[in-house]
Design a protein around this ligand. Structure first.
Ligand code: ASP
Ligand code: MG
Length: 418
C-alpha cells in the first residue's frame, strides 16, 4: 500500500482538488491512504481566528466569515448545489460556531487545537467528496480515533503503541474497500479532545500511517520539483537533489528545510520506507527520493534560510559565571515553554540562543527566564544554515550584513544575521 500526502498549496483552490483527483486516479490499482492538509493558508487564518476569539476582538466574525467563504467558493465550483458536501462542511464549521459563542476557556493551546483542527476536517470532507464524484471510491476517516496523543495541545506527543494498534486493527480492511482520505496534523486524546502535532505536521501524519501499516512508500506531493538545494522563492539557480539518505534528510529538516516536517523521517527510517517528494503538477517526474543507501550529491551547497528569528542572551543577575546548573535550568525552561532551539553558544558570562519567534510561546518563555536571569534579545533576525559549502561561499552571505552569531563546523555553517 502507498501513503500520499497533499499539502495546503496543492489543495488551495478548485483546480488543485481536480488535479489531486487526476494524480490519485493514476494509482487506482494500488491501496491508497491519502493524508490532506488544510486548504491554502487556512491554518494561518484559523490561528488569527483563535487569537481574535481569545482576545474578544471586533474582527472575530469577519475573520470567520472569510474562512467559511473561501471554502464555500471552492465547493461551489466543484459541486452542484444540493450536493451533501455543503451540509458536511457546514456541520464541521458548527464546532467553531459553538465554541466562539461561549466565553474563552483559559487554556489557549487547548482552544487553539479545537479551532485550528477544523481546517483539516473541512479540507478532507471536500477532497473525499470530490474523489467520489470523480468516480474514485473513497472513504473519509476521522484521524482523531487512530493517531492517539497525550494532551500536550499544539505539540501532541504520539502514543505509538496505542496508535499502531488502532491503525492496524481497522485500516487494512478499509483499504480493501477503496481509498481512505484522512486529516494530516491532527490527533486525539484519550478524552476525545483534538490535538495538533505542530505546524506543518501533516508529513508526520503520513509517516505515522506508513510506519504502522508497513507501506511501500510515502509520497508527498508538492508545488516544487522535489527537494531543492535552496528555496526557489529566495534563490535563482536552485538545483534538485535526486536522492538523499535518511541522515542527510534529518539534518536538513533539523536545520529548518521546510520541505518536510522534522519528525517525518525517523519513523520511515526505522521501518525502511522510502519517502518521495514529487511535483503534483508533473506526477510523472521522479522528484526526490529519500531512502536507505541513497548517494547524496551536492553540486551546490544546501542553503536553509529561517526568518523571524530571535537571538536571546541570558546572563546571571549577579554577573557570575554561567554554570552547568544554570544551563540545565535554562534548558528546562525552554522545554517547558515548547520553544525549540535552533543555535546556541556559551561564553563565560552569557548563554545565547536563537529560535523561531512565536508570539505567545516567546512571551511565556521570556517571563519565565526573566524571573531568574538577566535577559536581552534581538528579534526579526535571519538564520542561514549552509551545508556542504566551500568556505568562500560564507562570505557571500555575510557581506554588508551584521553577523550576530557564527558557528562553523566541517559540514555546516550557521549565521545569525541582522
Ligand atoms: N495545516 C497545517 C499547517 O499549515 C499542517 C500542515 O500543513 O502540514 O501547519
Ligand atoms: Mg500547511
Amino acid at each position: 500500500m502507498l501513503v500520499f500526502k497533499f499539502g495546503g498549496a496543492s489543495v488551495k483552490d478548485a483546480e488543485g482538488i481536480i488535479n489531486l483527483a487526476a494524480v490519485v486516479g493514476k494509482y487506482q490499482n494500488e491501496q491508497l491512504l491519502i493524508v490532506v492538509s488544510a486548504m491554502g493558508k487556512t491554518t494561518n487564518a484559523l490561528e488569527q481566528l483563535t487569537k481574535a476569539y481569545v482576545d474578544q476582538t471586533n474582527d472575530l466574525h469577519d475573520i470567520y466569515e472569510g474562512i467559511k467563504q473561501y471554502h464555500y467558493d471552492i465547493i461551489s465550483q466543484l459541486f452542484e448545489s444540493g450536493h451533501p458536501v455543503f451540509d458536511e462542511v457546514a456541520n464541521t464549521f458548527v464546532e467553531i460556531d459553538w465554541m466562539i459563542e461561549d466565553e474563552p476557556h483559559d487554556d489557549y493551546d487547548f482552544i487553539y487545537d479545537q479551532i485550528v483542527s477544523v481546517g483539516e476536517l473541512v479540507s478532507t470532507r471536500i477532497v473525499n467528496a470530490y474523489l467520489n464524484k470523480a468516480g474514485l471510491k473513497s472513504q473519509w476517516l476521522d484521524v482523531r480515533g487512530y493517531i492517539h496523543t497525550d494532551n500536550t495541545y499544539r505539540d501532541g506527543v504520539v502514543q505509538w503503541e496505542k496508535t499502531r494498534a488502532s491503525i492496524q486493527s481497522a485500516i487494512p480492511a478499509l483499504l480493501e474497500q477503496g481509498m481512505v482520505v484522512t486529516q494530516g496534523f491532527l490527533g486525539g486524546t484519550s478524552e476525545n479532545f483534538t490535538t495538533t502535532l505542530g505546524r506543518e505536521g501533516s508529513d508526520y501524519t503520513a509517516s505515522i500511517f506508513a510506519a504502522c501499516l508497513g507501506a511501500e512508500s510515502v509520497t508527498t506531493w508538492k508545488d516544487v520539483p522535489g527537494i531543492l538545494n535552496a528555496d526557489p522563492k529566495l534563490f535563482n539557480d536552485t538545483v534538485k537533489l535526486d536522492e538523499l539518505n535518511y541522515t542527510e534528510a534529518i539534518e536538513m529538516t533539523y536545520y529548518g528545510a521546510t520541505v518536510i516536517h522534522p519528525k517525518t523521517i525517523k519513523p520511515l527510517q526505522n521501518a525502511r520506507i522510502p519517502l518521495l517528494v514529487k511535483p503534483f503538477n508533473h506526477p510523472e517526474e521522479a522528484g526526490t527520493i529519500i531512502k536507505e543507501g541513497a548517494v547524496n550529491v551536492f553540486e551546490k551547497p544546501v542553503i536553509i534560510v529561517k526568518q523571524h528569528q530571535v537571538l536571546l542572551s541570558i546572563s546571571t543577575k549577579d554577573y557570575s559565571f554561567i554554570t552547568e546548573d544554570h544551563l540545565s535550568d535554562i534548558f528546562s525552561k525552554f522545554a517547558k515553554n515548547h520553544v525549540k532551539i535552533n543555535v546556541m553558544q556559551t561564553s563565560a558570562l552569557s548563554f545565547s540562543v536563537c529560535f523561531d519567534y512565536k508570539d505567545d510561546f516567546f512571551k511565556r518563555l521570556l517571563a519565565d527566564l526573566s524571573s531568574c536571569y538577566k535577559v536581552k534579545y534581538n528579534s526579526d533576525l535571519t538564520l542561514i544554515t549552509l551545508r556542504h559549502y566551500a568556505t568562500n561561499v560564507v562570505k557571500n552571505f555575510t557581506e554588508g550584513k551584521t553577523v550576530l552569531l557564527e558557528q562553523v563546523s566541517r559540514n555546516t555553517a550557521q549565521l545569525v544575521l541582522k
